[in-house]
Design a protein around this ligand. Structure first.
Ligand code: ADP
Ligand code: MG
Length: 238
């Protein structure tokens, strides 16, 4: 398990500053949701935490360690992508084991980890199928399974449910909530869906134009939005 701390973090692409000196504290085991309009920097923040994007200025700490220059694989984080990122030519088993395969894990270790992930996600019966033989929700489970086998202390989700239909989104939202309870890992979740944010989050970070507008529990933000932007975004009455 690990906490994640961003201190005055800035990100520029060329001369354009897209993250403007952000401070965010994510406690160990917390479920934190980043919300905000398209282009406000949610994915960029997540990618910096994952190590997929470098930080222009500021400090990123994971588990008490400054990781600015530490390789993604060494950070103990795993990103869950949208379900279409799974490989069509591989079975579910091979897809879930993928990160272990490239890390050179033994066959026995892979089997053990895949079995464990399949049990948690209730997809033991799907392991020999290919993605084309799965429903959208099952595919999303595969994408989550891929992250689980790596035993991350921090899970990062970038709009994982945005290409699922409404009913499935609700099911998967509940599954992700259960997963958080089961694993107790720190989870950072990006969405522009208010319902996902309000139901899943211990803490919501509202972003706008690369800056933090407000941080608080769903109820804090709903009842005491800092400004009209936050109120409008979370659908609160004021
Ligand atoms: P969000 O996920 O909130 O929609 P992003 O983090 O993807 O927003 O993008 C934030 C801003 O950074 C946007 O203005 C986007 O165009 C810009 N941006 C993101 N990635 C790159 C990149 N690789 N090169 C240049 N600009 C980028
Ligand atoms: Mg994005």
């Amino acid at each position: 398990m690990a906490d994640v701390r961003l201190k005055n973090v800035t990100k520029s692409f060329g001369t354009v500053e897209v993250i403007k000196g952000v401070d965010i504290d994510i406690e160990d085991g917390e479920f934190v949701v980043f919300v905000g309009p398209s282009g406000c920097g949610k994915s960029t923040l997540l990618r910096m935490i994952a190590g997929l994007e470098d930080i222009t200025a500021g400090t990123l700490e994971i588990g008490g360690r400054v990781v600015n220059d530490i390789q993604p694989r060494e950070r103990g984080v795993a990103m869950v992508f949208q379900s279409y990122a799974i490989f069509p030519h591989m079975t579910v088993r091979e897809n879930v084991a993928f990160g272990l395969t490239i890390a050179g894990a033994s066959r026995a270790e892979k089997e053990k980890k895949v079995a464990e992930a399949a049990r948690i996600l209730q997809m033991e019966h799907l392991l020999d199928r290919r993605p084309s033989q799965l429903s959208g929700g099952q595919r999303q489970r595969v994408a989550i399974g891929r992250a689980i086998v790596r035993d991350p202390t921090v899970f990062l989700f970038d709009e994982p449910l945005s290409n699922l239909d409404a009913a499935l989104r609700m099911d998967m939202r509940m599954e992700i909530g259960k997963l958080h309870q089961t694993l107790g890992a720190t989870m950072v979740y990006v969405t522009h869906d208010q319902v996902e944010a309000m139901t899943l989050a211990d803490k919501i970070v509202v972003l706008r134009g690369g800056e933090v507008m407000q941080v608080g529990s769903p109820m804090d933000l709903y009842h005491q939005p800092a400004n009209l932007f936050v109120a409008g975004f979370l659908g609160s009455p004021s």
